[in-house]
Design a protein around this ligand. Structure first.
Ligand code: SF4
Ligand code: SF4
Length: 389
């Protein structure tokens, strides 16, 4: 987070009672607003039209394999941590048509799919999810093989971030250096502060358009007390993180432990359901399906999310190259935390904790990596304890 001195010239405060002016300003600019909302016992991201749609006064309790909503004792609008799914579904849709073919006068015509530009304002993006969007940008646009559809969808998205002021049960963004404070990639960033007699937001601009929007809102220059209060809340969140992970030389650790017995132990629990990949904000793998109508006159080529936990995912002539459960879990974890560095120059994990919460058997990636580190033959503390025996 920025220092108070840096922030002083920029930050303003917006009172809760004036918060809907933000919606008015975004709607005037023809943004469709996507934000958190409560539905079916969970908090999800969907179209929101006013602060009435936000999950006011709700929080969630998360642990390995469990999540339930609970009432807060205040009326915070962003008093929860991570949602079921991330923003990935809006920029990398679960299913999309690539092209279709139709018979006309006996001849098939191929009709390419045109990706539509979308003017979306993402309201309430957390630091981990913003980091995940940065990773997806690298995957889809920062290489010789740009995904045109992704680039078009991503091109007109306004990001309004919210700093986390409490840690979730399964979060470990502090270990991954992605949060809880938002440091870049936003148009506007806010910290929500709920006091006994006052509910307000400390707000900073991150882009020209963000600055223009803030100027339209009823606001006051933030004072030192307000800025430092916001910073303190975010700093406390970092130290109260539910989980942590030691990432020292993690690529080398995982690479030399491809035959660690922990993979086999884990395979006795893993259901290969793929939930962890579906909820992960950075997993991007897809498969292609061709779908025809019954007459054979029309066919659609679809691209759909896939998962390295399915047998088909690694199917080549003669069979799947990862038939065992342990090989599939190992593929997922080592790609995310090790090989991703070689491919994209970054970790594939942002520490959002979703894979831990939504794993039906409660497999916890932080526990798995810790177990591998503790049983690593090159771990100096293991060697030391053996020598001491
Ligand atoms: S680790 Fe958990 S969520 Fe992932 S495939 Fe295995 S059982 Fe499913
Ligand atoms: S691997 Fe798990 S904790 Fe890491 S980004 Fe994916 S879902 Fe979040």
């Amino acid at each position: 987070m920025k220092t108070s001195e840096q922030s002083l010239s920029n930050a303003v405060t917006i009172e809760r009672k004036n918060f809907d002016a933000l919606f008015a300003s975004l709607i005037k600019r023809e943004y469709q607003i996507v934000g958190p909302t409560q539905r079916d016992g969970a908090i999800i991201y969907d179209i929101v039209k006013s602060s009435n749609d936000l999950p006011e006064g709700w929080a969630e309790e998360q642990n390995a394999g469990t999540m339930r909503l609970k009432r807060r004792n205040d009326k915070a609008l962003f008093g929860f941590n991570s949602t079921v799914q991330s923003w990935k579904k809006f920029i990398h849709p679960p299913s999309q048509r690539l092209w279709q073919t139709k018979q006309s006068s006996g001849k098939p015509a191929i009709i390419p799919e045109k990706s539509k530009k979308q003017k979306l304002a993402f309201l309430g993006v957390r630091a981990c999810d913003l980091a995940a969007m940065g990773i997806l940008d690298k995957v889809f646009t920062d290489s010789p093989f740009t995904d045109t559809g992704y680039r078009i969808r991503r091109s007109d998205i306004l990001v309004i971030g919210v700093n986390c002021t409490q840690a979730g049960g399964t979060c470990f963004c502090a270990s991954m250096n992605t949060g809880p404070a938002i440091s870049s990639g936003y148009d506007i960033v806010m910290t929500e502060i709920v006091e006994k007699s006052r509910h307000y937001f400390v707000v900073e601009k991150g882009s020209k358009v963000g600055e223009e929007i803030i100027k339209e809102l009823p606001s006051a220059e933030a004072n030192v007390y307000e800025i430092e209060g916001a910073e303190e809340l975010v700093n406390k969140t970092s130290s109260a993180m539910g989980r942590k992970i030691d990432t020292t030389n993690i690529k080398e650790l995982l690479s030399r432990n491809s035959e660690n017995q922990r993979w086999q132990q884990n395979a006795q629990r893993c259901l290969t359901c793929g939930n962890c990949t579906m909820v992960c904000p950075t997993c991007f793998c897809t498969t292609i399906e061709d779908v025809t109508d019954l007459t054979g006159r029309e066919a659609n080529r679809m691209r759909k999310w896939d998962s390295c936990f399915t047998m088909d995912f690694s199917y080549i002539h003669g069979g799947s190259i990862r038939p065992s459960v342990y090989s599939r879990y190992r593929q997922w974890l080592t790609h995310k935390f090790a090989a991703w560095h070689d491919q994209f120059g970054t970790s594939g994990c942002v520490g959002c904790g979703r894979c831990i919460t939504w794993c039906p058997v409660g497999i916890d990636v932080t526990e798995e990596i810790t177990a591998i580190r503790m049983s690593d033959k090159n771990n100096p503390s293991i060697t030391l304890s053996k020598e001491n025996k």
